[in-house]
Design a protein around this ligand. Structure first.
Ligand SMILES: [Zn+2]
Length: 223
């Protein structure tokens, strides 16, 4: 799952307006941000198997980043980082730390919808996954619909602060929907791990920056 993860970032931002949408965008992809470098370093594994699913060729071994237990640990770290660090001086530090942790944890549950049974609960079997990646068009549609649902909720709970605040929010979601389309139907499947790692890290951070920028034009409803 790719742009569908951002549905959770938008929804959590709507729930806790003091959290940063840019950081939420990064948090929902945090375990993927770790996975590619981990694969590059040989800590986890990514093999390319032609036709593995309809959506991609990735056969993955990733207990630390995509195990349920591992995800809980990363989420707990996010909570600690925000509660005792980044959000320490904010009056809503607990709310912020909780949504950041939930954002990190959400990745596993959203991935569960699409992955073949390769997501460990702990380390090794049993592994789970509902396998929507076996249906390319359905996965494409689900990613887009999820994104729109989360975004719609965020729009309902916020209002423009700057004149461009609504335009930028629409521009970002259209951009993400376009990326979703290109990703599924236009761009070639990369099979070079270094290239994939660089593009994944760049993409996730860049999208976080875009979300941060777009959200500066909006403010929570009623404030
Ligand atoms: Zn993932």
């Amino acid at each position: 799952m790719f742009v569908g993860h951002y549905a959770v970032a938008y929804a959590l931002k709507a729930k806790e307006p003091k959290a940063s949408l840019g950081m939420l965008f990064i948090a929902v992809q945090f375990v993927d941000l770790l996975f590619f470098p981990f694969a590059l370093m040989g800590i986890e594994h990514l093999n390319f198997v032609e036709g593995y699913t309809q959506v991609n060729n990735y056969q993955m071994e990733f207990p630390f980043t995509h195990g349920l237990a591992g995800s809980l640990v990363w989420a707990l770290l996010a909570f600690v980082l925000y509660y005792f660090g980044l959000a320490r001086k904010q009056d809503r530090r607990k709310g912020i730390a909780v949504v950041m942790a939930l954002a990190v944890l959400s990745h596993w549950f959203v991935d569960l919808l699409v992955h073949t049974p390769d997501l460990p609960l702990w380390y090794g079997p049993p592994k789970v996954g509902l396998g929507l990646w076996q249906h390319k068009h359905l996965t494409f549609a689900l990613e887009g619909l999820l994104l729109l649902a989360g975004w719609g909720y965020y729009m309902k709970r916020s209002q423009p602060k700057k004149r461009w605040g609504t335009f930028a929010a629409y521009a970002l979601v259209f951009f993400l929907l376009l990326i979703n389309y290109l990703n599924f139907y236009v761009l070639p499947q990369g099979e070079d791990l270094m290239g994939l790692t660089l593009s994944a890290v760049f993409t996730y951070l860049f999208f976080g920056l875009l979300a941060y920028g777009a959200d500066r034009g909006r403010v929570a409803m009623g404030t």
